[in-house]
Design a binder for this molecule. Structure first.
Ligand code: AMP
Length: 112
């Protein structure tokens, strides 16, 4: 499958890893929009939040179970934002479900 993030999971494209286990991978965004900007992705191809179902939601719940530990490792004691962009109107550019973790400064209140 021609998916950038599947290639990162497979190690075919390098990434700056922040956390990894058998169900997910977290790596630093190549174009950070905050002092800390990490992406967390499931180790199975789910195209977007719109493709989450009972068959694959264990990956999503697992990601949210490990996000606190990832945030702590990144030094985000003062809070952070978790975002997923979905589809055309959500400006999703990579069609593999990913959760942005943004922090390291007071983020803007506006969400769009
Ligand atoms: P989105 O626009 O929500 O689909 O987010 C995709 C994110 O992936 C963007 O923030 C990009 O900067 C990031 N990105 C694209 N290619 C890479 C890469 N090779 N390594 C790390 N981050 C990437």
């Amino acid at each position: 499958m021609d998916c950038l993030f599947c290639k990162i999971i497979a190690g075919e494209i390098p990434s700056n890893k922040a956390y990894e286990d058998d169900m997910c991978l977290a790596f630093h965004d190549i174009a950070p929009q905050a002092p800390v900007h990490v992406l967390v992705i499931p180790k199975t191809h789910i195209a977007s939040a719109d493709e989450v179902s009972a068959d694959n939601s264990a990956y999503v719940s697992h990601i949210f179970e490990v996000i606190p530990a990832i945030a702590k490792k990144l030094g985000l004691e003062n809070g952070y934002r978790v975002i997923t962009n979905c589809g055309e109107d959500g400006c999703q550019s990579v069609k593999h479900l990913h959760f942005h973790i943004l922090g390291g400064k007071k983020l803007p209140e506006s969400m769009g």
